[in-house]
Ligand binder design. Structure first.
Ligand code: ATP
Length: 231
């Protein structure tokens, strides 16, 4: 099934235990996100946030319960279809020894320089990049320069944004960015994601203050939920 996703997500009573370790990482979790909404998921380390993101991307299938996109069971979408339509910024940044431009354009058929530069501006890393002698053609990695942790995170977000997906999941991907830059990025993201669905997994409250709805997780369960004002 390769129907374009609109961006509605429904999760009903899902549970998931990692088969290798027997750890029950998700325990009877339910929530719903409508197209255009921003959901935030917070909770201490090990509470199951990343596992939830992995289940939404179908890296694993839940043991119980159901996940649907636009009222279609997640099982009707291939892993590839979801990977193309659900943007994901992982917690661990993965960059290649290649140019910055190619790292941002990774996954696109054509690396359009205007799109690459726009994505870099949206994540507030453009000025850092053009300050290098070779700008966007600067090589990073093994035989190139080393970016700071925050710059790497921003390149990783730009890589997801450039594909312009209807749904974007950000897994704690602003942790190494200072709060002022974070605010600039979040303002840009809320403009870009205005009509799109986004999920922010975060540790810092500052990352999630614009969310329509917040879930607080602990030991695989949702222990609290509401808006920023309610919590
Ligand atoms: P953090 O904030 O540190 O990223 P988290 O809330 O995202 O944590 P998860 O990474 O989802 O939490 O982990 C939930 C539980 O599942 C933890 O007990 C963790 O040890 C376990 N777990 C996570 N990944 C795996 C895996 N690949 N195999 C086995 N157990 C795992």
């Amino acid at each position: 099934l390769d129907v374009p996703l609109e961006g509605n997500i429904k999760v009903s009573n899902i549970s998931f235990t990692y088969p290798e370790t027997g750890i029950k990482a998700i325990d009877n979790v339910s929530f719903e996100i409508k197209k255009g909404e921003t959901l935030a998921i917070i909770g201490r380390t090990g509470s199951g946030k990343s596992t939830l993101a992995n289940l939404l991307l179908r890296m694993y299938d839940a043991d119980q319960g159901s996940i649907s996109y636009d009222q279609q069971a997640i099982q009707s979408f291939s892993f590839d279809s979801l990977r193309h339509q659900v943007g994901f910024v992982p917690q661990q940044v993965f960059l290649f020894s290649d140019t910055i431009a190619n790292n941002i354009a990774f996954g696109l058929d054509v690396a359009d320089q205007d799109l690459v530069e726009q994505a870099a501006k949206d994540v507030a890393v453009y000025d850092n990049i053009i300050a290098f002698d070779e700008g966007f053609q600067t090589h990073i990695g093994e035989r190139g320069i080393t970016l700071s942790g925050g710059q790497k995170q921003r390149v990783s977000i730009a890589r997801a944004l450039i594909k312009d997906p209807e749904i974007l999941i950000f897994d704690d991907c602003l942790s190494a960015v200072d709060t002022k830059t974070e605010e600039e990025i979040l303002n840009n993201l809320s403009r870009i994601m205005d009509n799109k669905t986004s999920i922010f997994i975060a540790h810092r409250i500052s990352t999630i203050k614009n969310a329509d709805h917040i879930l607080v997780m602990d030991q695989g369960k949702i222990i609290e939920e509401g808006t920023h004002e309610e919590l």
